[in-house]
Design a protein around this ligand. Structure first.
Ligand SMILES: C[S@@+](CC[C@H](N)C(=O)[O-])C[C@H]1O[C@@H](n2cnc3c(N)ncnc32)[C@H](O)[C@@H]1O
Length: 286
């Protein structure tokens, strides 16, 4: 073999091993080790600068600022839903397990939380370990795929901050309706009145749509530059679809949710109008 073709072959093999992550390209494998004494801080610092949430003691000063571990929307929801003590809970999009932590502390018998962002999933695992969330399980994957295939049934579904990140929010409402008896949902909704300039810039077209015989309009939005932010915690597509408040409420009714109670409604939220709600439904076949 000529020396040129040998060099090409060695370079190709090297590139392949880098691609397959079998060799470390920058530094050495030793960068993955620590010589420090084990501590919560050391574990949390694996994601230094990435935490959105303020973690509970002893990490409150070295993590993020958003109070998701003491979220008044979640306290409200648990109270309106009659508590979660002894309940099985399905949580969709846990981000950093702040709401999981609250559900666990409130006595949920089990929490299954499905998260599709790799680094958010890993942060959830750090939280689970640091705060002893032994009745919570985290799964890495797309909750839509989970919902489409599972037969599992839960007492409560927590769907906070996820509906407006989806391409087909009505399919999502249909899917969760098959899986739980009680619901907490927090979401933005489409309302051209109470919106900021930033909100207006992200709007695309409005498309008539139908799911399960329910006619509605999808107001498509793009994420734009926010997809460049390391802390992006939205959906997994470049766009998402928002519902109007009326379509949201009608979809809930259409898929069997009753006793809907709204709280925390804000028309002038900087990211678009938003509300929290709790609802109940009779179990199919019950
Ligand atoms: C805006 S955050 C909401 C976090 C938290 N639930 C809250 O209310 O503060 C949305 C979360 O849902 C996750 N997510 C979005 N789409 C998802 C999907 N299809 N499957 C699983 N997780 C998803 C994101 O990665 C992110 O962690």
């Amino acid at each position: 073999m000529s020396s040129l073709s040998a060099r090409v072959e060695r370079a190709t093999s090297l590139a392949r091993r880098v691609r397959d992550k079998r060799i470390v390209w920058r530094g050495t494998a030793l960068t993955n080790f620590t010589h420090e004494h084990p501590s919560p801080r050391l574990a949390a610092d694996l994601f230094k600068g990435e935490w959105a949430s303020r973690l509970p003691s002893p990490l409150q000063d070295t993590t993020g600022t958003v109070p998701l571990f003491e979220d008044e929307r979640v306290s409200w929801a648990m109270e309106r839903l009659g508590g979660v003590n002894g309940d099985s809970v399905l949580e969709l999009g846990p981000l950093e397990a702040g709401h999981t932590y609250m559900l666990h502390r409130a006595g949920a018998e089990s929490v299954l939380a499905v998260e599709s962002n790799q680094r958010a999933f890993l942060r959830c695992l750090v939280v689970k370990e640091l705060y002893g969330l032994d009745r919570a399980r985290f799964q890495y994957g797309d909750f839509l795929e989970y919902l489409r295939r599972t037969d599992d049934h839960f007492d409560v579904c927590f769907a906070s901050g996820v509906l407006y990140h989806l391409l087909d929010p009505v399919e999502f409402i249909d899917l969760i309706s098959r899986r739980a008896d009680r619901l907490f949902l927090w979401t933005h909704y489409f309302d051209p009145r109470g919106t900021s300039a930033r909100f207006q810039q992200r709007g695309l077209e409005s498309v008539p749509s139908s799911h399960g015989g329910f006619a509605h309009t999808l107001h498509r939005r793009k994420y734009g530059y926010s997809l460049r932010a390391a802390g992006f915690c939205g959906g997994s597509n470049k766009t998402s679809s928002w519902l109007t408040r009326d379509d949201l409420m009608d979809a809930l009714t259409r898929f069997g949710w009753t006793d809907v109670e709204v709280g925390f409604e804000s028309l002038d939220h900087s990211n678009g109008s938003s509300l929290a709600l709790v609802a109940r439904r009779a179990r199919v076949g019950a």
